[in-house]
Design a protein around this ligand. Sequence first.
Ligand code: ACO
Length: 322
Amino acid sequence: MIYSRIMGTGSYLPENIVTNKDLEKIMDTNDQWIQDRTGIKQRHMAAEGETTVDMVEQAALRAIEASGIDAAEIDMIILGTTTPDLIFPSSACLLQERLGLPGIAAFDLNAACTSFVYSISVADQFIKSGMAKKILVCGAETLSRALDYEDRTTAVLFADGAGAIVLEASEEPGILSTHIHADGRYAHLLGADVGVSRGFKDSNNGGLKILMNGREVFKMAVRTLGQIVDETLAANNLEKSDIDWLIPHQANLRIIMATAKKLNMPMEKVIVTVDKHGNTSAASVALALDEGVRSGRVKRGDTILLEAFGGGFTWGSALIKY
Ligand code: ACO
């Protein structure tokens, strides 16, 4: 049996840190409200001109270095993002050029905040089928460019960053299962209301802003992530206690705590970065995974559960023997 094994992880955060107190100065919000409702204390934001591809290039180089491979061994790049540098070519193609890997397959994948988990699932199918041996899987966002500081309900949440992993074909267990879902009936509850075929609006930033019904998103996220935890455990015939680490999408500490409770997991076994990173959408699970690994908490042989929920709605999980 062929498994996809994580060889190495990497991540990158822009230098510029924006605290809740900084936001207090430019909008009607306060540190206490943001911390109480979301757990966010600060977030990183890209410098002027710094893009998704700039950030993911750094994350990818770190993941490749941690893998101990020659970049030339990589035979596919999948980049999860909702904030590509350009509409086309894909950011994965721009990254491929930066890494000097002409000829290999490279594509973006957009499943909103679930993009990285979807990308892992797609990569796993290519490896298991023998079509690829080493895949660079990334998640990266520059959501600061989509923020509307007139809308305090969304502007305090989102942020920038990038993460990456190298997956390789191995006879040793790695990814045990992935589970991905979507329900487009809820598209109106979370999204960005402009696009090419619907047209851009003749206002600041082309009319780009994030629209979100926070309460509905919250309820659906808690319910759906609870279900996907059950689905993942059942598919692998495992008990809750078999999971060593929960590495969740970092949207909101209260959503993360609800999933941990569902797993009977103490928060010490959950990798939390939302306090420092905010919600980096497609980058968030990749960033949290890298932090778990580099801090020495996630060790080889541990069973880790990655999960995410986002616009679409989309949701998914990956159970991995690290
Ligand atoms: N600062 C201060 N006050 C605020 C802010 C803010 N930034 N935003 C809203 N408020 C006020 C509201 O105006 C409202 O005031 P009112 O009672 O006088 O009318 C009050 O706070 C409560 O507002 P609600 O929107 O009802 O607050 P809620 O408790 O639902 O929390 C939140 C909002 C944090 C967005 C919550 O709904 C949530 O976490 N939802 C999940 C959304 C999420 O995580 N989205 C991320 C993208 S999806 C994903 O990644 C999973």
